[in-house]
Design a protein around this ligand. Structure first.
Ligand SMILES: *[C@@H]1O[C@H](CO)[C@@H](O)[C@H](O)[C@H]1NC(C)=O
Ligand SMILES: *[C@@H]1O[C@H](CO)[C@@H](O)[C@H](O)[C@H]1NC(C)=O
Ligand SMILES: *[C@@H]1O[C@H](CO)[C@@H](O)[C@H](O)[C@H]1NC(C)=O
Ligand SMILES: [Zn+2]
Ligand SMILES: [Zn+2]
Length: 311
């Protein structure tokens, strides 16, 4: 009867180790339905499909790839029945997606591709007007000390002017009170790594950054899609919009099946400052973030910022 004691002891140790994590992390907003069906659940039905297949969920896959910039137009007006057809254009779009996300470039919906697409992500597209922001590579340093970075900027490198280092942000009505502190911490992290200072000012008519929780269509081009799919979006300098999808389950810290407000805010503030998506999975500017994941700024993000602002 020896084995029972060690396993009990191990369980106790495991509990003690995990306790601080759980006592700190907590759910902040619940999704309206207790077990929300992800808006991208249809992807599971497409596992294994490839060029030549004709399936009812293919138009949704095309819409997904269109939304994030991989497919220009996806409806075939002349022959609507072809919308269900896995054609060569879809295969090419999928290959580009797979290259961006470090998957095997098969052009088919293998299980790793399905899992990647089901991971919630930023609503800002990866490809805009033909520019694939996740395929930029910059060398910095010299000789054997050089490193390759994968950060990118919006087209035309928009940024705040050099004299504008103090940015005010406004918390819009309807944002859960408990989301304010994690957002403030995300601003603080960027402030510690850049020349910027951020100050909350809810009364400013002209706050530089306006932050709120919204659902579905809310007046801009990036309609939210309910649980899963896109989590948040924001705009390049100097328009300063930062919106969270209020239908997600949000949390402070690492909570399974919930998204850490601070991690997502760090990413979206990166856009506000002028950074676009990075293909480095550890970078905060990587578009996807799983539930329960917390991240910090990486070297890729800081290098990107310094290159954009030449500091
Ligand atoms: C639409 O369908 C027609 C008829 O099959 C086909 O000839 C055409 O290439 C399709 N267009 C696109 C954009 O897929
Ligand atoms: C890519 O394919 C190889 C060989 O089939 C496999 O071992 C590996 O797990 C695949 N990688 C991904 C990310 O699917
Ligand atoms: C895309 O290109 C068109 C035409 O060149 C331009 O009018 C539009 O502003 C561009 N959009 C973005 C988001 O860069
Ligand atoms: Zn993004
Ligand atoms: Zn919005």
């Amino acid at each position: 009867m020896e084995p029972k004691t060690p396993s009990l002891a191990l369980t106790l140790i495991a509990c003690l180790l995990l306790l601080p994590l759980f006592s700190h992390a907590r759910i902040l907003t619940n999704s309206p339905s207790s077990t929300p069906a992800s808006r991208v659940a249809f992807l599971q039905h497409l596992k294994g499909c490839h060029k030549g297949d004709k399936l009812n969920d293919i138009p949704k896959l095309k819409a997904y790839l269109h939304k994030f910039g991989y497919l220009d137009d996806y409806t075939n007006q002349t022959s609507p029945s072809n919308n269900h057809y896995f054609d060569g254009r879809l295969e090419n779009a999928l290959k580009t997606y797979q290259a961006n996300y470090h998957l095997n470039v098969t052009g088919a919906m293998d299980s790793a591709t399905v899992a990647s697409m089901m991971t919630p992500r930023c609503g800002v597209a990866d490809i805009v007007n033909g520019t694939n922001y996740m395929q930029t590579r910059r060398r910095h340093g010299t000789g054997r000390l050089h490193a390759v970075s994968h950060y990118s900027f919006f087209r035309g490198n928009p940024r705040w002017r050099a004299s504008k280092t103090k940015l005010s942000y406004q918390i819009l009505p309807g944002m859960p009170e408990e989301a304010v502190a994690p957002v403030a911490r995300a601003f603080q992290t960027w402030a510690e790594n850049t020349q910027f200072e951020f100050r909350r000012d809810d009364h400013a008519e002209l706050a530089d950054i306006k932050i709120g929780f919204f659902s579905g269509y809310h007046g801009d081009t990036g309609s939210f899609d309910g649980p899963g799919g896109s989590l948040a979006h924001s705009s390049p300098p100097k328009s300063g919009l930062l919106h969270f999808d209020s239908e997600e389950t949000w949390a402070v810290g690492s909570v399974q099946k919930a998204f850490d407000v601070e991690t997502v805010a760090l990413h979206e503030i990166g856009h506000i400052l002028g950074l676009m998506h990075s293909s480095v999975p550890t970078a905060i500017m990587y578009p996807a973030v799983g539930d329960g994941v917390t991240k910090e700024l990486s070297r890729d993000d800081v290098h990107g910022f310094r290159a954009l602002y030449k500091v």
